[in-house]
Design a binder for this molecule. Structure first.
Ligand SMILES: *Cc1c(COP(=O)(O)O)cnc(C)c1O
Length: 395
């Protein structure tokens, strides 16, 4: 579903793809955007049409022009065979896992992975007869030693969205493939603009489109993209489970994607500026941002990424929880809440539950996760400076 200009030119820069792909003005009376299709029933004209099942759309649950227009863009960005929109990032993780696993199989999950995906594996997959084990996100090719004959999937998130370890995806992919397992990568942080897991050997890529793709904190959507080899299992499981994304939500993803390149570049620049500045502030023990030279995985980051995301963490010197409250309760610009990826800045105290089992988080002090939005950078720094002062005064 290209618009006229892009289909007749050979332009392939990511900015051009984001601007032109997935639109068909000629099909929409010249209107620029693919509109919101809302629909369940799709009509067949004749019994022959019904019997042959050859028309483009058969029933609303399988998708419509609005959802497909978005899928086209994500497929091109990730260099995938196909993409499907699903109702949330968590649904994308769960469908991706189920597409690789059956009773009796085993899955290896990064110890730094998004916690609800881990809870899904420990509870739902366990009930279905799948074992889930966890690995050190810095294990690299050493993951070969953890492979069992029944290991059929590896779930990586690089970098982890709380602690920002970068994973050696080519090494992990090789070990997985040698063992007959597929590698699933959560690419929500970098987006395909800065990191292309399929080109590094992954088989499936998932996104919390809720975050950077939507970009405005106003919709929940996930995407699953896959290689041609892995795709049929993804679509089969999605269809069996009846996952569907509405045209309304898909439209918000499409709208977000049109400005993704601009937003990512600006998020990158601002987050990196803020992270480097925080490294110089009193009371700051460590800043966990892979694009900083001080980050332990910086070399791996430089090898496999072309840019960095909006999100990083900062470790403050030890202080009681009342000091954390003094910091965050008094913030004027940074909001406190889950998710990230919108235009507005967020600051979230990180609390590790039972979620890390291989590499428990042992650093002294309090960890804050920061999403840098589009407020004035100096205003944001002033807000954090005042927070640090309150924190240190309450030690
Ligand atoms: C938020 C998030 C998810 C889950 O996405 P939802 O749309 O909130 O379900 C998955 N992975 C990462 C890295 C996330 O930050």
């Amino acid at each position: 579903m290209n618009d006229r200009k892009s289909s007749s030119s050979s332009a392939t820069s990511v900015e051009t793809l984001l601007t032109h792909l997935g639109r068909a003005p000629d099909d929409q009376f010249g209107f620029v955007n693919t509109p919101v299709y809302r629909g369940s029933t799709v009509l067949f004209k004749t019994l022959a049409d019904l019997d042959s099942q050859q028309q483009r759309y058969l029933y609303g649950r399988a998708g419509n022009p609005t959802t497909e227009s978005v899928e086209t863009v994500v497929t091109a960005l990730e260099g995938a065979y196909r993409t499907k929109l699903v109702p949330s990032g968590l649904a994308a993780i769960n469908i991706a896992l189920m597409s690789c696993l059956k009773a009796g199989d085993d899955v290896l999950i990064s110890d730094s992975a998004y916690e609800p995906g881990r809870i899904f594996a420990d509870n739902f997959l366990a009930r279905m007869g799948v074992t889930a084990r966890y690995y050190d996100p810095r294990i690299g090719g050493g993951i070969a030693d953890l492979m069992q004959p029944n290991t059929r999937a590896v779930l990586a998130e690089s970098p982890g969205s709380l602690t920002f370890e970068v994973q050696d995806l080519p090494a992990i992919a090789e070990a997985a493939h040698t063992n007959g397992a597929r590698l699933i990568v959560d690419n929500s942080w970098a987006t395909p603009l800065f990191h292309k897991p399929l080109s590094l050997g992954a088989d499936l890529v998932v996104h919390a489109a809720t975050k950077m793709f939507v970009g405005h904190s106003d919709a929940m959507v996930g995407t699953i993209s896959a290689t041609e080899e892995a795709w049929p299992d993804v679509e089969r499981i999605r269809a069996l489970l009846g996952y569907f994304t509405s045209g309304d939500d898909a439209f918000l993803v499409a709208r977000g994607l049109r400005t993704l390149a601009l937003r990512m570049e600006e998020h990158r620049r601002r987050a990196l500026d803020m992270a480097a500045w925080l490294e110089t502030q009193p009371g700051v023990t460590q800043v966990l941002h892979p694009a900083l030279p001080s980050h332990p995985d910086h070399a791996l980051f430089q090898r496999d990424f072309t840019g960095s995301g909006s999100l990083f963490s900062v470790l403050l010197e030890p202080a009681p929880r009342t000091a954390v409250a003094a910091f965050v309760d008094g913030l004027e610009l940074f909001g406190m809440g889950y998710s990230w990826g919108g235009y507005e800045s967020l600051c979230l105290p990180v609390k590790f539950g039972k979620s890390r089992t291989v590499r428990p988080w042992t650093a002294e002090g309090n960890l804050l996760r920061i999403h840098v939005g589009f407020e004035g950078l100096d205003d944001l720094k002033q807000d954090l400076s005042a927070g640090i002062e309150r924190y240190r005064a309450a030690r």
